[in-house]
Design a protein around this ligand. Structure first.
Ligand code: PLP
Length: 443
């Protein structure tokens, strides 16, 4: 990949997006960096005006086939008619009430009915809040202070879980991120996903201090890596033996099956956190699990304060509750089946393309999730993801966007995508590999 080729791709992006550039310049007068959302790709962000089904539409009038789908959280695609109708109905009833709403129970019932570990649930406003309270519950329950966290595992934006992330989060690689509470590193035990030996050693060493091990059962943002056979079972076993609370963070993986990744792989944690697909696109998340643990968040019979007081202004926002319930109801057995079929198609077609062009690219993922990495070696863990060339997948992301596909190295297929969208993505990938001189043989 030559610098010239990258420059040309950036130039083409600029040529296609003068309106986005104007929006960015205006926004930069008021917003640091010109945006607050997470999904920027080019020299400046693409500004979106609307989304429907598998498509985003931008300020320059371009239609983009969206494989990121709301930070991998919209397995039904954008603007699903049932979710929209539920929200439209709910809008007649006002925004939010401070007091309990009658709209919370249905979503809770759906979650408890589907996710095997969840006997009781509470709603949070976002994923960070949900994992933060799950960790707090684990500390309150065990009386211990440390948490075990996988390197490359993303659980939100607060100090404890902002460690062990990739270079995207670090100004100076190798140093702790700026601004964290001093000493926070001491409360985190670093674990390596799919490396049983390393996890065993670290957990045994800290077993008396560990309140929880938190893990995405499929490493999501960290490269869509499925668990190696026996890995989740190993975590279940060792945490049970040492009285450590096992938390599955299923923010992304929940949509792998009706019962999330835990149902799919048949390993049941003590607590689960999830959101995204369970909120139909609205800001929401939940934490839930064994009744004995969750009971710590309940007020006493005479109004005594709960042991762990879970409060948040926007928790269980009525609009999110009805959107989430409509979205989960629309996720039927057939939907999951279709997502797996389409997921197999995208992973299979990409693998065939990379083999045909003889480019050193690996494809990971399961269910609706897929990720491609520039690496000669099969990717099984975070070390593999970290060693892959993120600069190349970054350049490919921009080139793909120029051709109307948004995937950023990873993505999901949704129920709104058709096999033709997948074939279009693979075709665009082929053209981009050639354009960036990444497949000199031309297949
Ligand atoms: C697995 C996982 N956990 C937690 C979070 C944090 O969620 P939020 O951004 O809603 O705070 C994310 C967000 O991407 C996630 O992917």
């Amino acid at each position: 990949m030559t610098d010239d080729a990258i420059k040309q791709v950036a130039e083409e992006y600029r040529r296609q997006t003068p309106a986005s550039r104007r929006h960015w310049e205006q926004a930069s007068e008021f917003i640091t960096g010109g945006y607050s959302s997470v999904g920027s790709v080019g020299p400046y962000p693409t500004f979106i005006t609307r989304a429907n089904g598998p498509y985003l539409y931008d300020a320059d009038g371009r239609r983009i086939v969206d494989f990121m789908c709301g930070s991998m959280g919209l397995p039904l695609g954008h603007n699903h008619p049932k979710v929209r109708a539920a929200m439209r109905r709910q809008l007649q009833n006002g925004m939010f009430y401070t007091m309990s709403s009658v709209y919370e129970t249905r979503l809770a019932e759906l979650i408890v009915g589907r996710v095997p570990s969840v006997e009781k649930v509470r709603f949070a406003a976002n994923g960070s809040e949900a994992t933060m309270f799950a960790l707090r519950l684990a500390r309150a329950h065990t009386g211990r202070g440390k948490i075990g966290k996988m390197e490359g595992g993303y659980h939100g934006n607060y100090d404890t879980v902002w460690l062990g992330l990739g270079s995207n989060y670090l100004r100076e690689p190798g140093k702790a991120p700026a601004g964290l509470q001093p000493g926070v590193e001491e409360s985190v035990v670093s674990l390596q996903f799919n490396r049983i030996d390393q996890c065993e050693k670290a957990i045994e060493e800290h077993k008396d201090d560990l309140a929880a091990v938190i893990v995405e059962p499929v490493l999501g943002g960290g490269g869509c890596i499925p668990p190696a056979p026996g890995f989740l079972e190993f975590l279940r076993d060792i945490t049970t033996r040492h009285g450590i609370v096992l938390i599955f963070d299923e923010m992304i993986s929940l949509a792998i099956g009706k019962g999330g990744a835990q149902g799919y792989y048949g390993v049941i944690p003590d607590l689960t956190t999830a959101g995204k697909s369970a909120g139909g696109g609205m800001p929401m998340a939940f934490f839930g699990g064994r009744e004995e643990l969750m009971q710590l968040t309940a007020a006493g019979p005479d109004g005594e304060r709960p042991v762990v007081n879970h409060v948040a202004t926007y928790a269980a926002h009525p609009l999110a509750m009805v959107a989430g319930a409509a979205a989960l109801e629309a996720m039927t057995d057939e939907t999951y089946e279709y997502l797996h079929e389409l997921g197999d198609l995208v992973r299979g077609e990409l693998r065939s393309l990379f083999a045909r062009l003889e480019v050193p690219m690996q494809v990971t993922g399961v269910g609706h999730l897929f990720c491609y990495h520039w690496s000669e070696h099969e990717i099984r863990d975070w070390a593999g993801v970290n060693a892959a060339r993120a600069d190349i997948t970054g350049a490919l992301g921009m080139a793909m966007l120029n051709r109307g596909y948004y995937a950023r190295g990873r993505g999901i297929v949704s129920a709104a995508h058709k096999p033709s969208h997948v074939r279009g993505l693979v075709k665009a990938m082929e053209q981009c590999l050639l354009e960036l001189d990444l497949a000199p043989s031309g297949g």
